[in-house]
Design a protein around this ligand. Structure first.
Ligand code: IPD
Ligand code: CA
Ligand code: CA
Length: 253
């Protein structure tokens, strides 16, 4: 896994200032670049070489179905719009699921040289040093991050309404453009909480484990234990979870 994220990170770094083809996927400004495909190809070839029997789910190519207890979940570039615009807030994200539970995750931002790794039951690290979520217990003084999905911005009581509610409370709320980095930065205590309405398994699988292993809490918007196979994600340091969940659901605190 480490070899794969480093190899993919190298591809991202070498291509960053060059010319690469950019195409549109479904939705508005939902981009994919040649570099996403090159990164994915390198990752998949490393997985296949080492674990030819494992199942792979990867954003651009989809599923490589195998009858295996192990599934690799790959986002070859998370934060493609940033990458395509020369904004170095983007990463490669890889997780390993074993019998339905995420057991390993790695997220690498080659531009900041930040490698986040988590192993179920063994904690989370940033460049080999243990990380922990923040201690803040008051939502009004929390620093939050969110993301806007490509396709449900016009949903009633959707991302824009909740953004509006939190901003009007005077809460600093950032939008970085990479869900995997958002989650890792919650794990590292830089943000106290992150929520997003519609994520895919490859966006969140590694970062979700990072937050849990750094002592945080990850659920859907109803407070159920998080599954990467449903869209909503709420990740916090645990202490502001109920308050932020209340805001998201439009409840009075
Ligand atoms: C996207 C990023 C973004 C989030 C979107 C994702 P991509 O992934 O994580 O922060 O808001 O929902 O789709 O397309 O850059 O891999
Ligand atoms: Ca993604
Ligand atoms: Ca991607």
């Amino acid at each position: 896994m480490l070899q794969a994220v480093k190899e993919a990170g190298g591809i991202m770094q070498r291509s960053f200032h060059g010319h690469f083809k950019i195409s549109n996927k479904a939705g508005v400004n939902n981009l994919v670049t040649e570099v996403d495909h090159a990164s994915e190809k390198a990752i998949i070839s490393i997985i296949k070489k080492n674990f030819p029997d494992h199942y792979i789910l990867s954003e651009e190519i989809g599923k490589i179905e195998m009858d295996s207890d192990y599934k690799w979940i790959v986002d070859p570039i998370d934060g493609t719009v940033n990458f395509a615009n020369g904004i170095p807030i983007c990463c490669v994200s890889i997780a390993v699921e074993y019998q339905g539970s995420i057991i390993l995750g790695a997220v690498f931002n080659p531009f900041f040289n930040e490698l986040f790794v988590a192993e179920r039951g063994k904690g989370a690290t940033l460049n080999d040093k243990p990380i922990q979520v923040s201690n803040k217990d008051d939502l009004s003084s929390a620093c939050l991050v969110t993301g806007f999905p490509y396709n449900i911005l016009d949903k009633p009581n959707g991302p824009l309404e909740i953004f509006n509610t939190l901003i009007r409370k005077g809460i600093p709320l950032r939008r970085l453009g990479s869900a995997a980095i958002d989650l890792c930065w919650v794990a590292a205590g830089r943000f106290d909480g992150f929520y997003e309405h519609k994520l895919e398994a490859w966006d969140s699988a590694a970062g979700f484990l990072m937050v849990e292993e750094a002592g945080g809490k990850v659920t859907d918007f109803k407070g159920n234990h998080y599954s990467p196979y449903q869209p909503e994600l709420l990740a916090t340091n645990g202490k502001i979870h109920t308050a932020l969940q209340g805001c998201i659901n439009g409840l009075k605190e």
